[in-house]
Design a protein around this ligand. Sequence first.
Ligand SMILES: *[C@@H]1O[C@H](CO)[C@@H](O)[C@H](O)[C@H]1NC(C)=O
Ligand SMILES: *[C@@H]1O[C@H](CO)[C@@H](O)[C@H](O)[C@H]1NC(C)=O
Length: 367
Amino acid sequence: MKFHLSLFVIIGIIFGIKLEGCQCKVVQFIFGDSLSDVGNNKYLSKSLAQASLPWYGIDFGNGLPNGRFSNGRTVADIIGDNMGLPRPPAFLDPSLTEDVILENGVNYASGGGGILNETGSYFIQRFSLYKQIELFQGTQELIRSRVGKDEAEKFFQEARYVVALGSNDFINNYLMPVYSDSWTYNDETFVNYLMGTLREQLKLLHGLGARQLMVFGLGPMGCIPLQRVLSTSGDCQDRTNKLAIRFNQAGSKLIDELQKQLPNSSYRFGDAYDVVNDVISNPNKFGFQNSDSPCCSFGNIRPALTCIPASKLCKDRSKYVFWDEYHPSDRANELIANELIKKFGFMRADQTNPPSPSPAIAPSSNH
Ligand SMILES: *[C@@H]1O[C@H](CO)[C@@H](O)[C@H](O)[C@H]1NC(C)=O
Ligand SMILES: *[C@@H]1O[C@H](CO)[C@@H](O)[C@H](O)[C@H]1NC(C)=O
């Protein structure tokens, strides 16, 4: 009897220790648009924002389309690799289970999505940032029922968060006359509207446990090939670039404020505007040969909505800044990621998980 009792106590102690320390890994939760999508839109069958055809993914893993809107890695892939963190699978990936989430995190990013609900409605289906946060809340419930409330709380507080949206709010909303936001707001009030919305979203995420969070700013989006074809000269759209600068200034200020206001938060804002602008003006200086047209292009019929099997590819994909009309190439993403890593300054999560040594190669489990 006495023996049984002490055994029970010992078991209790062991069990107690296990509950106290969080057994879970540090993983990432990524919220974003096509620049960070790793396959969600592939499963949104009605979405017009798709990267499901060749030649997307040609420099990634087996070379088949994997849902990334690039020939290779996304900026978030590269930053996560550098932090020693696993690449989180797409939320809609059918192989996503609680165990996969505990090991790898989740990526909710969706092509066409924006900070605003109304952004990208033209694409019919996409996850806006509010929708992505709603999906994250569902993930939290799953994990709570799997590992318990306390362990789940630690897991979500130790995780790293990425929020990278905003360009669609301009390109596929404010700058398009079919959207009512384009006539309801002016440049200043629209950016204020975005910031007010983003503030609520980031506070919501903090309430859900996000403590270490990076917000990516915008690049010179007036220089994407799609914007250049709007003028006969093919120059960058100056007004669009000025909007990106305005967004970055306001975003940086917002994140500084939130970081002071939200308990235990380590929130960072970083953009690669200046370095990308430099690359676009002086491509040769950075080893590029072309910074104004897409590597994957449908001849003279421009802009094509996406890269398609009938498109022609440039000879050397590492020499093009842009992969398609909207999205940078793997090589440009690497440059952007390196700049953001410098700006964020904090980084490596743990040493047990070395960064993936190979450039555009996915872990074998990846699609
Ligand atoms: C945005 O969409 C979410 C659902 O995804 C909804 O809960 C929220 O009320 C919407 N917000 C606005 C301002 O329309
Ligand atoms: C902040 O961190 C302290 C120390 O770890 C903890 O006691 C407190 O509950 C945390 N507050 C929030 C809001 O997370």
